[in-house]
Design a protein around this ligand. Structure first.
Ligand code: AP5
Ligand code: MG
Length: 218
């Protein structure tokens, strides 16, 4: 039996933070479209040449490129048991493509879509205080989830950096893009009976335990 979980929510809702913990707990692969794009940027791949300008402006990378990238990732054998998707889908065409890709790959459908909701003022504070690990994308916050040693990842000792798209102006644009292009997915999944609301405006542990309850886990 496969299990596919799609984490939905605005930038800074805590999708990545929760997905890292959930994937460990559930034994599911964590697929973050943003992390895959950033790995491409770091390695200066061909894909990064197209994607970089969109990402740095806080715009979405075009659907065809993003869908092909996730399709390739889902086809790998570590996704045989399913996957925890974070940051994809982000537009209605991506949501439709995901259903087709899962069917084409003979995988089970999407089981549940937890929607992590946070107010806009929280988003800015979370993103402008975020520190991200260069090697594996581990996530910290200078106030809410500080590393033990400033500037160093607790998990792998690599450097922590501030994402270029976490500058206030870019964050504002990401919120606008989210409202215009991604928010329609809330109704899309609610109408399909897949959406569960999770209050993201609580501390990290409380959000985690609400997510586990929503997923029917202990
Ligand atoms: P992506 O990396 O997906 O960015 P995002 O959706 O804007 O989300 P974030 O990663 O900023 O937030 P998050 O919800 O993961 O929060 P986090 O856990 O880090 O995408 C980046 C770019 O790539 C896009 O703008 C686009 O250009 C491109 N892209 C990606 N996917 C795409 C797609 N499908 N289609 C087209 N383009 C795509 O937490 C944030 C901070 O808050 C951290 O510091 C954390 O420590 C802290 N925090 C988390 N939870 C809490 C809490 N409960 N209380 C206090 N602090 C908390
Ligand atoms: Mg993220």
């Amino acid at each position: 039996m496969t299990r596919h979980i799609v984490l939905l929510g605005p930038p800074g809702a805590g999708k990545g933070t929760q997905a890292k913990n959930l994937s460990k707990k559930l034994g599911l692969v964590h697929i973050s479209s943003g992390d895959i794009f950033r790995e491409n940027l770091r390695d200066k791949t061909e894909l990064s040449q197209v994607a970089e300008s969109y990402i740095n402006k806080g715009e979405l990378v075009p659907d065809d490129i993003t869908i092909a990238m996730i399709g390739e990732r889902l086809s790998r054998c570590d996704c045989d048991a399913g996957a925890l998707l974070d940051g994809f889908p982000r537009t209605p065409p991506q949501a439709e493509a995901l259903e087709l890709m899962l069917a084409d790959l003979n995988k089970g459908p999407i089981d549940i879509v937890p929607y992590i909701e946070v107010p806009e003022e929280t988003i800015i504070e979370r993103l402008t205080g975020r520190w991200t690990c260069r090697a594996h994308g581990h996530i910290f916050h200078q106030r809410y989830n500080p590393p033990q040693i400033t500037g160093i990842c607790d998990f792998d000792g690599s450097e922590l950096y501030q994402r270029k798209d976490d500058l206030v102006e870019t964050v504002t644009n990401r919120i606008r893009v989210y409202q215009q292009q991604t928010q329609p997915l809330i109704d899309y999944y609610r109408q399909r009976g897949l959406l569960v609301d999770v209050n993201g405006a609580q501390d990290i542990e409380a959000v985690f335990s609400d997510l586990l309850a929503a997923l029917g886990e202990d």
